[in-house]
Design a protein around this ligand. Structure first.
Ligand SMILES: Cc1cc2nc3c(=O)[nH]c(=O)nc-3n(C[C@H](O)[C@H](O)[C@H](O)COP(=O)(O)OP(=O)(O)OC[C@H]3O[C@@H](n4cnc5c(N)ncnc54)[C@H](O)[C@@H]3O)c2cc1C
Length: 386
């Protein structure tokens, strides 16, 4: 990774320097999955772009090994985006010659026909299985009283591999620098960015800084109501005798086993992550550091759930990941993209799966300095309390 050259033109998108100030066409802030996907799309469009990252790429919310790719969402517009994103994932796989979304599929409990309406409307393959035959689609699962919805083209995203691939594609266009702030001076000469080493002016700034997006966007007068909380995700070993049985991604909204949860296999590691979903399962970060006791109690609840619902897993976790969840008022699948001349900012939750399609759309915002209608609609939806 480069540090920024302080003079003249470089391959990393610096188009010139006047005194202490450097000019850039597009500056992306953040090398998480979205910033990297947007940088890649901009590079493919021939745009001069610099992606600023204060740490290592993929160490924020995009960290870790696995994410679920699923089609089903309450908001139909997101079902359509997910279907488009899958095409993008397959293109990325072709470019890098590796699997990025596994063939595991996804299984949902606690759903009714109306919950699959978006899938039906957008021609996304799906079918129902009787809960008494749960083991045929999810080997580790106990029989369920209700039917199970199967999303066969879903799967576990190889998250770390995706970040490595995108980081390679962006190459020297990633610059290691923390951006202290963004502002829009009234001299009409672009948007200003400050780092410890330099001041930059960009024609367009794309803020993809995850939980830090609201802080940076505020400098451009954009107000984003994002809540952040800590989330516990223990992982459990798959029992030897279930290792060859189907191990799909899992969403259980039925409450039949005492909790609502999601789950996903971690690649070929023989372990499976399970996390709680729903209101009040994340520990707010606003009131200082959350207590370890609260986090442990969540891990215990998940062990109890595994004992009842997933006998194919060993109910004692072999590891845990504590991570930051960021949520807009519209709930856990809501995301928003805000635009003002010269600045676009994105944040929300559950965005990993949408990275190929959001990367293209964000690149479009930066290239043409406008917000496409589909992103404006998603943002409106994200601001309505779930
Ligand atoms: C536990 C958990 C489970 C999840 N499960 C799923 C799932 O199953 N499916 C799914 O699709 N999504 C899931 N998500 C959500 C998904 O991982 C995130 O929505 C996505 O990774 C966000 O990517 P991002 O690029 O927007 O943000 P981030 O990955 O957070 O990237 C932001 C980057 O900006 C950098 N940065 C911040 N401030 C500055 C600054 N001032 N200067 C320079 N750099 C800066 C950070 O260092 C970071 O690298 C999950 C998230 C978590 C935490």
């Amino acid at each position: 990774m480069d540090t920024m050259d302080t003079g003249g033109s470089t391959g990393s998108g610096l188009t010139g320097a006047t005194g202490l100030r450097h000019s850039i066409d597009v500056a992306v802030i953040g090398a998480g999955v979205l910033g990297l996907a947007a940088t890649d799309a901009l590079l493919r469009q021939g745009v001069d772009v610099v992606c600023f990252e204060g740490r290592e790429p993929g160490q924020g919310q995009s960290g870790g090994l696995t994410r679920t790719f699923r089609h089903r969402h309450d908001n139909e517009a997101v079902v359509r985006l997910a279907a488009e994103a899958l095409t993008g994932w397959r293109e990325w796989e072709k470019r890098c010659g590796r699997t990025l979304i596994g063939p595991e599929g996804a299984v949902y409990a606690g759903m009714e026909e109306v919950d699959a309406e978006g899938m039906r409307r957008h021609s996304v393959a799906h079918h129902w299985v009787d809960g008494s035959e749960a083991g045929t689609v999810f080997g580790s699962l106990s029989p369920t009283s209700g039917p199970l919805l199967v999303d066969p083209d879903a799967g576990a995203i190889r998250a770390r591999r995706t970040i490595e691939m995108l980081t390679n594609w962006a190459g020297e266009h990633i610059v290691q620098a923390h951006v202290h702030g963004v502002s829009v001076p009234d001299d009409g000469e672009g948007v200003e960015l400050q780092t410890a080493d330099a001041i930059y002016r960009a024609r367009h700034v794309l803020i993809c800084a995850g939980t830090a997006t609201p802080h940076l966007a505020a400098g451009a007068g954009i107000d984003i109501p994002l809540d952040c909380a800590l989330h516990v995700r223990p992982h459990f070993p798959v029992r030897e005798e279930f290792k060859d049985a189907p191990l799909p991604c899992w969403v259980d909204r039925s409450g039949e086993f005492g909790e609502t949860v999601y789950g996903s296999v971690i690649g070929s590691s023989g372990t499976y992550v399970v996390g709680l979903i729903g209101a009040s399962v994340d520990v707010p970060m606003n009131a200082g550091l959350p207590s370890g006791t609260e986090m442990e109690s969540h891990a215990r609840r998940l062990s109890n759930y595994v004992r009842k619902a997933l006998p194919g897993l060993v109910p004692e976790p072999v590891g845990v990941r504590v991570c930051v969840m960021s949520k807009l008022p519209g709930g856990s699948d809501a995301f928003g993209v805000w635009h003002t001349p010269g600045v676009t900012a994105v944040t929300g939750h559950n965005l990993f799966k949408l990275a190929p399609v959001l990367g293209e759309a964000l690149a479009d915002c930066a290239h043409h300095d406008r917000l496409p209608a589909v992103l404006a609609e998603a943002t409106e939806h994200a601001l309505v309390e779930a």
